[in-house]
Design a protein around this ligand. Structure first.
Ligand code: NAP
Length: 341
């Protein structure tokens, strides 16, 4: 893995032996980017090339959802495909080469009514003159008995991370979209059988993945079925479900369950401060502007339609260009005000 330098002032903060901060220092930045998936890292690259020394706050993990994809075949410029984490590392390196700073700090709250905007983290307080939100999405859960109990010991949403544990075993994949098929196909590298359980009799996934899944002898489909429970003792032993058309119940013996039933936007921090749509996605205009001037959003957190890495990267670049314009205009206005005073 590429080494990520933490040159930021954040890491020079003194902490007590108990790990508590002695004094909350404040950092002032022209551009703060929350999230380091393809959108955040592209915004960082563009912000850095505009000499804004952007600060990218990584949060849970570098690369976002894309980093959990084993092989990406549709990111332009890589005819042989590229791993999601590999791509994130290359993007991070490129952004840092131009002066972006990356910090593994989680944002705990934001105040968008103040200007500069205020971000609280477990470390320092950050004041940002412009902000780009690239917090992406998280996998939706089924909310059935057994899901929480077996999380991390038989239930997963990341085949790249956990597939290895299912060598010669049987796994159930839930969902009928691109993620379910993509990850299901990946799981056939390890598992003896991959059973895709879908609530309808038609897949939502695109034709390329459908064709690949159909031609894979390790994949079997169970149609019109939803799961009601994940059952086991120390580990998962089977799933219980029912046919939505006939009502008939069924039991499938398996060693693991991989859930791909869609994504939910990570916008909890911005609720009541930014305009969100009915599903919680941030509303942006064509120039990545949100309902608060100086706050931009890019990537999946504002995109319920495409959710593609190449589109996230493009919107991140657009957001940084717009943020730079906003900052220039703001600086000009402030200068004019000073002259007038
Ligand atoms: P998605 O497209 O929203 O599909 C979610 C699937 O889960 C659907 O088949 C849906 O069924 C099913 N589902 C939803 N709620 C359910 C529930 N409560 N119980 C059972 N099934 C449920 O999500 P995704 O597959 O994660 O894809 C997200 C985005 O990433 C998409 O835009 C996709 O194109 C993109 N992506 C692309 C690739 C690629 O290789 N190009 C790979 C991965 C993801 P219905 O079909 O009945 O609604």
């Amino acid at each position: 893995m590429t080494d990520i330098s933490l040159s930021l002032d954040i890491n020079r903060l003194k902490r007590t032996k108990a790990g508590k901060q002695q004094k909350q220092e404040a950092i002032d930045r022209e551009m703060v980017i929350i999230g380091a998936g393809p959108a955040g890292l592209s915004a960082g690259l563009y912000g850095a090339r505009a000499m804004l020394k952007p600060l990218i706050l990584v949060g849970p993990a570098l690369g976002g959802q894309a980093a959990t994809t084993d092989e990406m075949e549709n990111y332009p410029g890589f005819p042989d495909g590229i791993g999601g984490l590999d791509l994130a590392e290359q993007m991070s390196l490129q952004a840092r080469q131009f002066g972006a700073e990356i910090a593994y700090e989680e944002v705990t709250s934001v105040d968008l009514s103040a200007y500069p905007f205020v971000l609280k983290t477990h470390g320092p307080l950050i004041r940002a003159r412009s902000m780009i939100i690239c917090t992406g999405t998280s996998p939706r859960q089924l909310g059935i008995p057994g899901e929480k109990e077996f999380w991390g010991r038989g239930v997963s949403t990341c085949a790249t991370c956990d597939g290895f544990f299912y060598r010669d075993k049987t796994v159930v994949v839930v969902g009928g979209g691109d993620s379910a098929l993509d990850e299901g196909i990946f799981l056939t590298r390890f598992a003896e059988e991959v059973i895709v359980v879908h609530r309808r009799d038609r897949l939502r996934a695109g034709p390329t993945l459908v064709a690949r899944a159909n031609s894979n002898s390790k994949i079997r489909f169970v149609w019109n079925t939803v799961l009601d429970e994940i059952v086991g003792d120390q580990s998962v032993k089977r799933v219980r479900g029912h046919d939505v058309k006939t009502g008939e119940s069924l039991d499938i013996s398996c060693d693991g369950v991989f859930i791909y039933v869609g994504l939910i936007p990570n916008t909890q921090l911005f609720r009541d401060q930014l305009e969100l749509d009915k599903d919680g996605y941030i509303v942006t205009d064509k120039r990545q502007r949100t309902s608060v001037e100086g706050v931009f959003a890019a990537g999946d957190v504002q995109d319920p339609w495409f959710r593609q890495v190449v589109i996230a990267a493009g919107s991140g670049a657009a957001a940084a260009i717009e943020a730079e314009r906003f900052l220039s205009e703001k600086a000009f206005e402030e200068q004019q005000q000073q002259v007038a005073d």
